[in-house]
Write a new protein. Structure first.
Length: 589
């Protein structure tokens, strides 16, 4: 029976839906790959494979051969305990055995290790643990919660911005010069001078081959892999305009140069890529908010002493202390003490859940009132919160049925567009030139063919659907709604009835007083509410807060109890106006 393993890889270099199809097709050719799913919007590939047949290095290598790459984080870590080159070699071997670390170099002189790693597979905390297990220690510098993948994406956005600025600085004057000449706004001596063409060539060439370099590289790699992406269209469209203009500028041919056409094509598409990259960078905010729910530290019993540790350093079996008002760091089982815990971030239910020895507690939930100790049972990626984050990531990376259609269309889209452009060129070549026109048949045919190539670059074809899925799943997670897949989101559009097995807290987020029933005529509704709310004043229990809020709505004056006693798990008792008042559940009554 084959094993099943799933990894998520952050991909760089994707520009359109055809890139998605190319990567998936190449991954599916690998023996052992059971399923591959590439998402253009969050730029991630989810690969399910059999580790007996395939390694991570082989998967990364296949992606690189297809013309793309995997985003990596870089770490420079100070090490203590390195004695000689034998230690350095041993540490390098240990690190390179960790799945997700792609390179590691240990420097004895500086007592430092430089490594590259894939942040979706291994975290900085896991790397530190591996170093410590090898018998060395780490000199940690400040906050280690840096998002390496986000840093790589930010570097990519910064690069796109730099290219866009260069493109704009060169293209705008080029466009103004060209249009001014075409509309007769320049003096005749300048408009028909040879040096003006050379100035325009000097402005257009860096745009063509520096700002547009990525499109040539991507187009070449796509054609090498026997596919055609949107970059093929961009490279062809701009190159036809540029290389047609080149012999005219050199004086080898008579005609009108179209250098501004090539430059404007590249710069406008670069602007679109920059805006697209920025939009994609904002789509993972919901997952970051989920990660921020977890506390950063935990108080643990080590050697009969209370020690405050980073939550990543908590081990299974550790006894963890939780004080009133603090968040629970990891999942576990209560061994001592009693309390009530607000688990609304997991369940949506605002009523606290009673906890006593034997009860299960979950990381990131809030301890309301009470002190207890629990034994850690699930840490790191195994906690309930981590599983929720994984579920959201999988939903964001999954494909809706309509997206499969978009992928199929995109795989045959580019060859069809090239064919249409060729037909357009041939048709216009054979249409007679109108008398008096200053454009010859070849030039006119070329302009129309370029128009077909450039206008047919709908990168949104492969971006709109995955972006919609990411925004929907992210917004859902923010509001406490989790989607298992993109298909669930798409099918949600046809839902016309929803049945919920929940209380009013699902919509209100907190309980409220809806009715007060007096069993004796001696007390009115307001009398009962006034006594109960007076006793509950200052209570942190949601039901007590609801009573106090309702009393405030009715402008009732609350009294200070003469005596007050909290009865754990049942309710409260006190004396108000010489009356013995009990407020609590059925067990207390």
């Amino acid at each position: 029976m084959s094993e099943k393993k799933q990894i998520i890889l952050p991909i760089t270099g994707m520009t359109c839906a055809n890139c998605v199809a190319t990567i998936e097709r190449n991954l599916n050719k690998l023996e052992g790959v059971q399923q591959s799913n590439v998402n253009l919007s969050n730029e991630r590939a989810t690969v399910t494979f059999d580790p007996n047949y395939l390694s991570l290095d082989q998967i990364v290598s296949k992606i690189q051969k297809a013309g793309y790459d995997v985003a990596r984080g870089e770490l420079n870590i100070g090490i203590t305990g390195l004695a000689d080159t034998v230690d350095a070699t041993r540490l390098e071997k240990v690190l390179l055995k960790q799945e997700g670390i792609t390179s590691a170099q240990v420097n004895i002189a500086s007592q430092n290790v430089h490594l590259q790693y894939i942040p979706t597979i291994i975290s900085q905390v896991e790397i530190y643990k591996a170093i410590r297990r090898a018998g060395f220690d780490v000199i940690e510098k400040g906050d280690n919660s840096e998002d390496a993948e986000a840093k790589a994406r930010e570097a990519e956005i910064a690069h796109q911005k730099k290219l866009l600025i260069i493109g704009l600085v060169l293209t705008i004057p080029l466009f103004l010069l060209s249009m001014s000449r075409d509309f007769g706004l320049l003096p005749m001596a300048i408009a028909h001078s040879r040096w003006l063409d050379w100035v325009m060539l000097a402005l257009a060439t860096p745009v063509q081959f520096y700002v547009g370099k990525q499109y040539y590289i991507s187009a070449f790699k796509a054609l090498k892999n026997k596919s055609a992406n949107m970059d093929v269209l961009i490279a062809m469209g701009s190159s036809v305009a540029y290389f047609y203009s080149l012999p005219i500028v050199l004086g080898l041919l008579e005609g009108h140069p179209y250098l501004e056409t090539a430059a404007v094509i590249i710069t406008l598409i670069r602007l679109g890529k920059y805006l697209e990259a920025k939009a994609k960078g904002r789509t993972s905010e919901a997952i970051k908010r989920l990660l921020n729910l977890q506390p950063k530290t935990a108080t643990v019993i080590r050697n009969d002493q209370e020690v405050e540790l980073a939550v990543e350093d908590v081990l299974i079996g550790d006894i963890v202390l939780v004080k009133p008002g603090s968040k629970i760091p990891v999942d576990g089982v209560v061994v001592e003490g009693k309390s009530t815990v607000d688990e609304s971030m997991l369940t949506g239910e605002s009523l606290p859940v009673e906890k006593q020895p034997g009860s299960t507690v979950f990381g990131a939930t809030l301890n309301k009132a009470g002190f207890f100790r629990f034994e850690a049972s699930r840490i790191g990626k195994e906690t309930a919160l981590s599983q929720i984050i994984k579920l959201v990531e999988e939903a964001q990376g999954s494909k809706a049925p309509v997206q499969h259609l978009a992928d199929k269309v995109s795989s045959i889209f580019v060859p069809i567009v090239i064919a249409i452009a060729l037909i357009t060129f041939l048709v216009w070549i054979f249409i007679p030139v109108t008398t008096g026109s200053d454009i010859n048949g070849f030039t006119r045919a070329m302009i129309h063919a370029v128009a077909v190539l450039v206008i047919a670059c709908p990168c949104a074809l492969g971006l709109a659907t995955p972006t919609a899925i990411m925004v929907a799943s992210g917004k859902g997670a923010e509001l406490g709604i989790l989607f298992r897949s993109g298909e669930a989101i798409e099918r949600g559009a046809s839902v016309n009835a929803v049945v919920l097995d929940k209380t009013g807290t699902l919509t209100k987020g907190q309980p409220a007083v809806t009715s007060i029933i007096s069993l004796k005529d001696r007390y009115s509704e307001n009398d009962i509410l006034q006594l109960a709310a007076s006793l509950e004043k200052g209570s942190e229990h949601p039901l007590g807060e609801a009573l106090v809020a309702e009393a405030g709505n009715r402008n009732l004056d609350l009294h200070i109890p003469a005596q007050f006693t909290a009865i754990s798990g049942k309710g409260i008792r006190g004396i108000i106006d010489d009356k013995d008042i009990l407020v609590g559940n059925v067990r207390l009554m």
